[in-house]
Design a binder for this molecule. Structure first.
Ligand SMILES: [Zn+2]
Length: 135
């Protein structure tokens, strides 16, 4: 199959994944909002808090993926989908099929991960989360 056809197929994959994510995110949101304020058991309250914490974390992951998918669809429309942002070579279809919103080929992705786990970068992340906690 030509790369172009394969990429058009991936567009469908992205759209389907996008729909599923939106439906699931709406579900999470309504769970977060529909929680009645119970005056009952303390344990119930704790369970509720934990559940809503889990839901909001899930929601965050979903919204991040949703954003990645939106950007991938944008790149599809602009015609630069599937080009690595690191080395500008075409990202292999096997990788795109596994991660349809990948922006980098696996080599560039690994390089980026390595940079992220560099001690200086890790220190930066710790600092950022500390700031977020105290904000
Ligand atoms: Zn690359």
């Amino acid at each position: 199959m030509a790369r172009k056809d394969a990429i058009e197929k991936l567009r469908l994959t992205l759209r389907k994944r996008r729909d599923a994510l939106i439906r699931s995110a709406i579900g999470d949101l309504s769970l977060l909002q529909d929680r009645p304020s119970k005056t009952g058991d303390v344990l119930d309250a704790v369970a509720d808090t934990v559940q809503s914490e889990l839901n909001s974390q899930l929601l965050e992951v979903e919204s991040r993926e949703l954003q990645a998918i939106d950007e991938a669809i944008e790149r599809l429309d602009q015609g630069n989908y599937g080009d690595c942002e690191g080395c500008s070579k075409p990202i292999p279809l096997t990788r795109l099929r596994a991660v349809p919103y990948a922006r980098e080929c696996i080599e560039c992705h690994r390089l980026a991960e390595k940079r992220k786990s560099h001690p200086a970068a890790m220190l930066n992340r710790v600092f950022e989360s500390y700031q977020a906690d105290t904000a």
